[in-house]
Design a protein around this ligand. Structure first.
Ligand SMILES: NC(=O)c1ccc[n+]([C@@H]2O[C@H](COP(=O)([O-])OP(=O)(O)OC[C@H]3O[C@@H](n4cnc5c(N)ncnc54)[C@H](OP(=O)(O)O)[C@@H]3O)[C@@H](O)[C@H]2O)c1
Length: 286
């Protein structure tokens, strides 16, 4: 089975590396070609163009930023669609709008190409350790065809239902995660204002009912003013915009989403876009 992988960013590069380690025949492509170098050193082939990558792959995976980026990579001039083979499979692992995945899948179905939306959770750490949570929407036989790939990149792999349902699940994940992150930031600020030792406080609070991935992983970074990017403020704000749109489509009142969307938009406007999402705390501290 020949695999093509597009998008050697913070997430895509380690995910592709894990496919290589699992023994898959891998060809990679990145808009900024130099980012393919570590993959080539590890044994991947580099495609000269998106159609060339598609033409030489049975399964094509994309891990890019936002809905317009997936659309450009797929259907833009010189995009994947110009090379995708009939009866091949396209798997988008980026976080984009669920409604767009449904549209893209319909366009590819006309060309006898199967589609899965399979976004991930677990961050850069999970990507490097092949411990991602993968939520995949699409026909079950297509999911099963891709299962061995997902197993090389993740540990929790769930078929969520039809096309778009993986992304809907991911947006719910982002809503819960962002609200946990806000809670962690507020906890760290109160801890520091109270003059408590941050490490001791985080150890105690992370072991009880307030435990969360955000608190355990980003609480210590916030306390030590480590703003390095695993998941950027820019992408976190994008996910909350998608979550807002999703809640609007559903017609449900979601005050928590509205609050974190507003705060992350302020963080973006404050110039923290390329910093890690733990930089939310910088809205209130230096
Ligand atoms: N980082 C995390 O913790 C995390 C966790 C779960 C899910 N995600 C999701 O995973 C996806 C990727 O995130 P990331 O953190 O890896 O982002 P990233 O480091 O910013 O990488 C984005 C990648 O997409 C490529 N790209 C973006 N727009 C493109 C376009 N129009 N045409 C071609 N290539 C394009 C970039 O190419 P260049 O190198 O040329 O810019 C780069 O390879 C996003 O949807 C994000 O929401 C991220």
């Amino acid at each position: 089975m020949r695999i093509g992988f597009v998008g050697m960013g913070i997430m895509g590069a380690p995910m592709a590396l894990n496919l290589l380690r699992a023994g898959f025949d891998l060809t990679v492509y990145n808009r900024t070609a130099s980012k393919c170098a570590p993959l080539m050193s590890a044994g991947a082939k580099q495609a000269e163009s998106l159609p060339a990558l598609a033409a030489s792959s049975d399964i094509v995976i994309t891990m890019v930023s936002d809905t317009p980026d997936v659309e450009a990579v797929l259907f833009g001039n010189g995009g994947l669609a110009e090379g995708l083979k009939p009866y091949s499979t396209f798997v988008d692992m980026s976080t984009i709008a669920p409604s767009a995945a449904v549209r893209f899948a319909a366009r590819l179905r006309n060309r006898t190409v199967d589609y899965l939306d399979a976004p991930v959770s677990g961050g850069e750490t999970g990507a490097k350790a092949a411990k991602l949570s993968i939520m995949a929407g699409g026909d079950r036989p297509v999911f099963e065809r891709c299962l061995s790939l997902f197993q090389a990149m993740g540990t929790s792999i769930v078929h969520t239902g039809p096309t778009g349902s993986g992304l809907k699940t991911k947006l719910i994940n982002q809503i819960v995660g962002a609200l946990n992150l806000l809670g962690a930031a507020e906890g760290v600020r109160v801890c520091q204002a109270a003059g408590l030792d941050a490490a001791t406080t985080l150890q105690a609070v992370s072991s009880g009912a307030a435990a969360s991935w955000m608190l355990s992983n980003l609480g210590p970074k916030m306390a030590s003013r480590d703003y390095s990017a695993g998941f950027s403020i820019r992408l976190q704000q994008k996910d909350l915009r998608l979550a807002m749109e999703f809640c609007r489509e559903l017609g449900i009142d979601a005050p928590g989403v509205a609050l974190v969307f507003e705060l992350f938009t302020r963080a973006l406007e404050s110039g923290f876009g390329e910093s890690g999402n733990q930089s939310l705390i910088r809205l209130w501290s230096a």
